[in-house]
Write a protein that binds this ligand. Structure first.
Ligand code: ACM
Length: 679
């Protein structure tokens, strides 16, 4: 009966109201966007009778993910589905949705993650070679959920999807700031939602070693400040990631970035000490001693244990940013180099890497490391992780080595989503041959943790990383920035259901900053503020440490202000397209900022932590007045008087100055408005 009613409804829509049923490909909120998608007529209406069944091999991943999909659908729609848990027994010929899989996927490089998703008004069919492909398809289905006055539905579509790159990663640094298990798990959920498949866990650095070792217990007792993952927690996280089709690749960065190791095991050091866990940020000189056999004996014990703990075939050895200073200053190391015909520190690191490779190989691990580890003596199964950029990536590919790209995906540098989105691991115009291109496996977004804490990390990862995930998954031709932003904001909102705190912590942080007072004026202000970009935050008079507060306006501010972006887009429309239709909204925005300072000033007076942004709040008010006046001049089509221009430019120059390591994100747009009323 249900099917009959749907049939009639679709018939009505497609005959009497053909436009009503229209869903266009570009209106869908899929991210990453699929390889092939065709929108069909009609939709599958969701109701409480909805049921799902399995065909084929099934498996734990499918049971867990299909069950979780039901709960997510139920939570979004408020529908009381009758179906509780999906298990091996969930087989039925009459279910509304069928998930078909042929085999259990192997969680490793290059496994099949393709899927086909067919939604008709009668049925949803998800088929995939592997369960890994099927769970990617489940996420697509969740993103298809739509609503209208008649309820919830999936638009009828045929999706044939597969990733462009096999390595789609997110690196989280847990050394500079430790991230508890919950933080990792919710970010794994976020990764799975956008089809990422490698969690690169940066587990050691100058600021701490974050794993429990049974054989080298000083690592947790002396090198971690008590902030580390037990092996049980690590196994739990690996299982959690596995369920979501995500590989876990641990990184133990050697021989540099190693100050913390020496605290527990001083014999590893190349320098004289004293040995301390680093509390500040920077590139340090502490380096393991490559000339002593005891270093390799230690690493053998360590990597043997870690190789058994982490099941992935790859283990990341870091290898970056060795200053070489301790090596140059150590007479024993110099003598070792002489005796072994090692000419320079670069060659010495090669020697060290080959010894480490020998150890990893003994324990069945393949090596991945940053650019610096690359040398022709390495076997072809290693992966080079490029933080330096295309040149290095190209060079390794030409020599027949696999590589992944992170340069351009450093999300800690607080750049806009579109910047990352338009960086392609194989850019158009690449001169690599088709064979060479295959060596470029994909990339990783990197969340370095100098300036993030558990409260803020989600907002630095999401939603921008969803756009990077699309770059790694979707065809190269999917590169429309406006579409990306539209879908990003929707997917970002959906990600809240995964307990990601990128949105909800914002108000909470503002409430704390406002000292319990009303946050509306503060929010209006911080909505158009962004943290300073690149590494500038470290060079504005404050020396940040691991124990510093990360609770100020700069920390609450979004990496990319969507309000400022909207203001910029409308201004572009007004100036470039002469669209005066946007003027009322533009002016309303400017008016709200213009009058904001008087209100915010009251909050600042009650909350000293806000004192540092007082003049910036005032400047927002001043340049908003300038903006309103500029719009009037442009509308009249007459150049503004010289005096006004001079005063406005001077006010703008002052407004552009960062305060509290944050800056006014609308300033460049005001600048455009001023320039538009020059002669
Ligand atoms: C790096 O950013 N030093 C890998």
């Amino acid at each position: 009966m249900k099917y009959f009613k749907q049939f009639v409804f679709v018939l009505l829509l497609t005959t009497a109201f053909p436009l009503l049923a229209e869903v266009s490909v570009s209106s869908l909120n899929l991210m990453p966007f699929p390889k092939n998608i065709v929108v069909k007529t009609g939709e599958f209406r969701l109701n409480a009778d909805f049921s799902l069944a399995l065909e084929g091999v099934g498996g734990q991943r499918i049971y867990v993910n299909a069950t979780r999909m039901l709960r997510r659908l139920s939570n979004r729609t408020g529908l009381f589905f009758q179906q509780d848990f999906i298990t091996a027994e969930t087989r039925s010929d009459t279910a509304d949705m069928i998930v078909k899989t042929t085999r259990i996927g192997r969680l490793g490089l290059g496994e099949d993650e393709s899927y086909k998703l067919i939604v008709t008004p009668e049925k949803v069919t998800l088929s995939a070679e592997t369960d890994l492909g099927a769970i990617r398809g489940l996420e697509s289905l969740l993103q298809l959920l739509s609503a209208d006055e008649n309820g919830y539905f999936f638009p009828a579509v045929e999706i044939d999807d597969a990733p462009r790159f096999p390595w789609r990663g997110l690196m989280i640094d847990v050394s500079r700031h430790f991230m508890p298990v919950d933080v990792i798990k919710r970010n794994l959920d976020g990764m799975a939602a956008v089809k990422m498949n490698v969690f690169h866990w940066h587990l050691s650095d100058n600021q701490g070693i974050r794993v429990e070792s049974k054989s080298l217990p000083n690592l947790q007792s002396m090198c971690s400040d008590g902030m580390f993952y037990t092996q049980e927690q690590i196994r739990d996280i690996i299982a959690y990631a596995d369920e979501r089709g995500i590989r876990v690749i641990p990184e133990f960065d050697v021989p540099a970035h190693c100050a913390a190791w020496m605290v527990g095991y001083p014999f590893l050091a190349s320098g004289p000490g004293p040995y301390k866990i680093a509390r500040y940020w920077g590139v340090f000189d502490q380096t393991m001693n490559p000339a002593k056999e005891s270093t390799y004996e230690f690493l053998d014990v360590f990597f043997k244990e870690m190789a058994a703990l982490f099941p992935d075939e790859y283990l990341h050895i870091g290898g970056d940013e060795n200053t070489g200073k301790e090596w140059s200053a150590n007479p024993e190391i110099q003598a070792f180099m002489k005796a072994n015909g090692i000419d320079d520190n670069h060659a010495l690191q090669k020697h060290f890497n080959l010894r480490v490779l020998e150890i990893l190989t003994r324990y069945n691990k393949k090596m991945i490391g940053w650019d610096e580890i690359f040398q022709p003596a390495l076997p072809k199964n290693i992966v080079i992780h490029s933080w330096r950029g295309y040149k290095a990536l190209d060079e390794t590919a030409r020599k027949g080595y696999m590589s992944i790209l992170s340069n351009g995906y450093y999300i800690d540098l607080i750049q806009p989503a579109e910047y990352h989105y338009l960086i392609d691991p194989i850019p158009e115009g690449s001169t690599l041959s088709e064979e060479q291109k295959k060596f470029i496996l994909g990339g990783e977004a990197t969340s370095w943790a100098e300036l993030v804490v558990p409260e803020t990390i989600d907002s630095r990862i999401w939603p921008r990383t969803a756009c990077i995930a699309e770059r790694f998954w979707s065809p190269q031709s999917v590169n429309d920035v406006e579409s990306m932003y539209r879908r990003m904001e929707i997917v970002s909102g959906q990600m809240e259901e995964l307990d990601l705190q990128h949105i909800k912590n914002y108000d909470y942080m503002l409430r704390r900053l406002a000292n319990g007072n009303d946050i509306s004026a503060l929010k209006r202000f911080v909505d158009v503020v962004e943290p300073v970009k690149i590494y500038n935050r470290h060079f504005q008079g404050i020396k940040y440490a691991s124990f510093s507060p990360y609770t100020r306006v700069v920390d609450a501010a979004r990496p990319e202000s969507m309000t400022a972006r909207r203001f910029r887009k409308m201004t572009d429309d007004f100036i470039d397209n002469k669209n005066v239709g946007v003027v009322p909204e533009l002016t309303a925005m400017l008016q709200s900022w213009k009058s904001n300072h008087d209100e915010l000033k009251k909050t600042i007076n009650l909350s000293p932590v806000l004192k540092e942004i007082e003049t910036m709040s005032q400047d927002l008010s001043i340049i908003s007045t300038v903006g309103i006046e500029a719009i009037e001049y442009v509308k009249k089509g007459k150049p503004a008087p010289d005096k006004w221009l001079a005063e406005s430019k001077s006010a703008l120059a002052q407004a552009k100055e960062p305060r509290g390591q944050a800056e006014l994100a609308i300033a460049p747009t005001i600048e455009k408005l001023i320039r538009s009323c020059e002669k």
